[in-house]
Design a binder for this molecule. Structure first.
Ligand code: ZN
Length: 499
């Protein structure tokens, strides 16, 4: 090993130790820190984060990366190290182009904006948030001007979350999906709906936790390399393939929400546990592309978890653990977990209408960054699109444009990755059926772990090494299309709703 490479590996270890501390502090703040202890944890996190930022943009690191990027050194590196050098060098170059005082002003503006959003949402008053949103939009544009001069801002933003995916491709695929979804949703909403009343009751959070353990085991989550905890919003954090942590939130009146969060986060967790150990400590050791990551959690949640056959081998045990479900048959349960409604809130949406919620956000982000639509016109635009696509009008902005936090901290371009995840899933479903035969019969035999092994060897093993478009090409053998997802919806819901 060259001396430069040795020095770089040592540097990477140091950086990883700082990142480990940062993750641990965040994990603790979300899951354990008491209210009064929060501030001192936040102080520590700020200090360690700025140390880590300084380390990842230092002159020393820049020299190491430049030396390793020189052809004679670069060609000697293995694939994971080449990826590491390429990625870190690009990120360092981008970060170093941002002026220090602008960066600090952005951090301050972001926390003011997040706070204003919370207050605006509580009061359902968009005008409280509007000036902050304007500010976040302007500062985001300015930042893109530093990091990616001359590039179209919205393309840069999309690339942050789903590298290599340009807006022309997303436009085409989302349009294809929208054309198919709107009439399908109209038909479903006009059909007789299942009766949710039977599900009313009390579901002990401790019992719900036992169901979660059952489900994680059923899916193939390794409890020796993972733990679960509770937080207000469920999430997953992978410290390494041997330490994957996930949370849930148990609503005593609604067992279905925690059941599907357990399956969703379990999907993220299994991904983290199955990454090639050789990638450990590199930027590829966790999948950095949000659409691909979401495709895995959503494959478990929707394609597997909302399939009737997934439940055949275990529904009896779920009923034993949750006595409130004992008078509900498997068929009634299956209908309820696939209940299509034109809900106001994205996070409550079923798998079919979910896509339209995302398309609305995507179109509004385009209106902001491409068509420069003024912020004050956005709530009306939001409501008009809800009416056109979902036949429902938000009664207030809290349940309309103010519902999600993403725009308050400047995460523009993030929303599309959720829907890309669903679209990838349609394609993965096709590929898995080609390789393993009918998913319905595998699930009826309780073979979820066979599916986990397939996802593990085709997708999880590579972590973040392959760009999303490469994953799709290699796993599915063709270009991205919304048609497989649309076919899946049409087939499943035509039968369920007797369309
Ligand atoms: Zn997720």
């Amino acid at each position: 090993m060259s001396q430069t490479l040795e020095a770089f590996r040592e540097y990477l270890k140091k950086l990883n130790r700082y990142n480990r501390i940062n993750s641990l502090l965040s994990w603790d703040m979300y899951t354990a820190t008491p209210r009064l202890g929060y501030q001192s944890m936040a102080d520590a996190l700020t200090w360690f984060s700025s140390e880590a930022f300084a380390l990842s943009t230092s002159d020393e690191l820049q020299k190491l990366l430049e030396a390793l990027a020189a052809p004679e050194e670069y060609e000697q590196l293995d694939e994971a190290m080449q990826f590491t050098v390429r990625t870190m060098k690009r990120e360092l170059d981008e970060s170093r182009r941002i002026p220090r005082d602008f960066y600090e002003a952005f951090v301050t503006a972001r926390s003011a904006s997040m706070q204003a959003w919370q207050e605006a949402k509580k009061a359902s008053d968009f005008s409280l948030f509007a000036p902050h949103l304007e500010n976040m939009i302007e500062m985001t544009k300015e930042q893109c001007g530093y990091t990616h001069p001359g590039k179209e801002v919205y393309d840069v933003l999309l690339n942050q979350y789903e590298e290599g995916m340009d807006s022309a491709a997303i436009d085409r695929i989302f349009e294809e999906l929208k054309e198919g979804l709107i009439p399908l949703v109209q038909k479903i909403l006009a059909a007789p709906q299942p009766d949710s009343e039977k599900f009313r009751g009390y579901y002990d959070p401790d019992d719900q936790k036992k169901v979660q353990d059952l489900l994680l085991d059923y899916m193939g989550f390794n409890p020796d390399a993972g733990v679960t905890s509770q937080s207000e919003h469920p999430f997953t954090m992978a410290f390494s393939r041997n330490d994957v942590r996930l949370t849930n939130n148990y609503d005593p009146e609604n067992p279905i929400s925690a059941i599907f969060s357990a399956i969703h986060e379990g999907g993220h967790g299994i991904f983290g546990q199955n990454v090639n150990p050789a990638l450990e400590g590199t930027p590829a050791d966790d999948c950095r592309y949000m659409g691909i990551h979401e495709s895995q959690s959503r494959f478990y949640e929707n394609i597997l978890g909302r399939n009737r056959n997934f439940w055949i081998p275990i529904y009896g045990r779920v009923q034993e653990l949750l006595p409130g479900l004992q008078h509900i048959s498997l068929d009634e349960f299956y209908r309820e977990i696939n209940h299509v409604q034109n809900s106001l809130i994205r996070t409550d949406a079923d798998e079919v209408t979910y896509g339209l919620h995302i398309i609305i956000r995507y179109e509004i982000e385009q209106a902001i960054f491409r068509d420069h639509v003024p912020v004050k016109e956005l709530p009306a635009l939001w409501n008009r699109k809800m009416k056109d696509y979902l036949q429902i009008t938000p009664p207030d902005d809290a349940r309309g444009i103010l519902q999600d936090m993403h725009w308050s901290d400047g995460s523009f371009g993030y929303f599309p990755s959720y829907l890309l995840g669903n679209i990838y899933d349609g394609m993965f479903l096709e590929a898995i059926t080609r390789d393993l035969g009918s998913l319905d019969s595998l699930l009826a035999q309780g073979e979820v772990k066979t599916v986990t092994r397939w996802l593990g060897s085709h997708i999880h093993w590579y972590g973040g090494l392959r760009l999303p478009a490469e994953v799709i090409r290699q796993v599915c053998g063709r270009e991205l299309s919304a048609a497989p997802l649309l076919n899946y919806f049409k087939e499943k819901y035509t039968e369920l709703y007797h369309l």
